[in-house]
Write a protein that binds this ligand. Structure first.
Ligand SMILES: [Zn+2]
Length: 168
């Protein structure tokens, strides 16, 4: 009887351990909750599983877009890109920023004063900062700060790994 109880206890603990490990490593991240009323150009949406994003994106792109990491400053060639063209989302190719709105912020990250169209991105509170996400795939892009140049006074501080540049 006593031995049976001990056996059940060990089995129970094992099940809890397996469940815990499975939950930690195996559970896919829940899809990002968009703010109510968020729209996107043409209503376009790209929704993929975590595994599909991992397969499609480079490690650096995945870390920024899907895990909201921030790349090291000055690590992206796009920071000092000066050619005319369009910056699209590296995850879903949604056009995000025009070179016409790009400026040199000397922060080490590509910086823009406005998205290419209002609903190309959406914002979310992130502590004392405001996060910017792609309106089509919900990928994390960077943050927006109220210290940018005219005409908007905004500085969209964007990770180069979240962008692909399409020169004109
Ligand atoms: Zn996107």
């Amino acid at each position: 009887m006593n031995q049976n109880k001990r056996f059940l206890l060990i089995v129970g603990l094992l099940l809890v351990a397996i469940w815990g490990i499975g939950t930690y490593f195996g559970t896919p991240r829940p899809p990002h909750q968009r703010p109510p009323g968020a729209t996107s150009p043409g209503g376009r949406r790209v929704i993929r599983t975590d595994a599909d994003w991992k397969a499609q994106l480079s490690r650096a792109q995945y870390a920024v877009l899907r895990e909201s990491n921030t790349e090291w400053p000055n690590s992206s060639d796009l920071t000092h890109e000066k050619r005319p063209g369009v910056y699209v989302c590296a995850g879903c190719h949604n056009p995000l920023f025009s070179s016409k709105a790009k400026f040199e912020s000397n922060t080490g990250w590509p910086s823009f004063f406005a998205p290419i169209v209002t609903n190309a991105t959406y914002t979310e509170p992130d502590g004392n900062r405001t996060e910017i996400r792609c309106a089509v795939c919900d990928g994390h892009l960077g943050h927006v700060f109220p210290d940018g140049p005219e005409p908007t006074g905004l500085r969209y501080c964007i990770n180069g790994d979240a962008l692909l540049f399409q020169p004109d």
